[in-house]
Design a protein around this ligand. Structure first.
Ligand SMILES: *[C@@H]1O[C@H](CO)[C@@H](O)[C@H](O)[C@H]1NC(C)=O
Ligand SMILES: *[C@@H]1O[C@H](CO)[C@@H](O)[C@H](O)[C@H]1NC(C)=O
Length: 205
């Protein structure tokens, strides 16, 4: 190949630009503008709407009944109020696949499930779960813990699970995410009242 030098080299390099290169350049420019405009719209939308993430919490609970036999069988009834809260003045929220498990020392006491439901703007929805267990045989470790709990007048159940939240933020579209709930519900067995401790899917432990 002959070596190109001086003006000859310059001419070769400045021949008319291929139309495909032009198309690509225009396409890139348009894409850049679209990305910037989308960013501005989302940002302004965020500032105007000020979205607050919907969440689930346990607002109250009560130990209605607790029977514990010599043979180590536990029967209990617990009322749990679960609240789904949407603090947004401009965005609807909906929840689905709500599924929580109540456990004592890792042993499943009951399952709490719910159908899908909507939570309108700036409102909350409460669900009153009256959880009644069938007699549950406890293992040795759980029996020891139960004996101690009753003696010390303080019993703790774990409530853990997820709900799928869908959040419709006007023009910005909808966002889906999981709410994780992981609560310790403690009660005084003597009168059934709970030792209140707030628990929500927002708080990180
Ligand atoms: C949302 O609800 C709260 C109390 O429930 C109320 O004080 C507030 O004004 C409401 N906001 C809107 C925008 O409706
Ligand atoms: C239940 O019992 C506990 C401890 O005995 C006590 O601190 C609490 O105030 C009682 N609650 C009610 C509602 O009586």
């Amino acid at each position: 190949m002959p070596k190109l030098e001086g003006l000859d080299y310059y001419r070769r390099q400045t021949r008319p630009t291929n139309p495909f290169i032009w198309l690509a350049a225009i396409f890139c420019a348009i894409l850049t503008v679209v990305v910037i405009v989308t960013g501005v719209v989302v940002f302004v939308g965020y500032i105007v709407i000020r979205p607050k993430v919907p969440f689930i919490s346990v607002t109250s609970s009560h130990l209605d009944k607790i029977y514990y036999t010599e043979a180590g069988e536990l029967t209990t009834q617990i009322t749990i109020v679960v609240r789904a809260e949407n603090d947004n003045a401009k965005a609807h929220a909906s929840f689905s696949d709500m599924d929580f498990t109540l456990r004592f020392d890792g042993i499943v006491v009951a399952q709490l499930v719910n159908d899908a439901f909507d939570v309108k703007k700036n409102t909350s929805v409460d669900f009153n779960y009256v959880v009644e267990s069938s007699p549950i045989p406890l293992d040795e470790q759980a029996m020891a813990l139960m004996d101690m709990s009753l003696k010390q007048n303080r019993i703790t159940f774990g409530l853990k699970g997820n709900a799928r939240a869908r959040w419709k933020v006007g023009l910005l579209g909808s966002v889906k995410f999981w709410c994780h709930l992981n609560c310790q519900l403690s009660f005084f067995p003597s009168n059934g009242s709970s030792t209140y401790s707030y628990c929500s899917s927002r708080s990180k432990k």
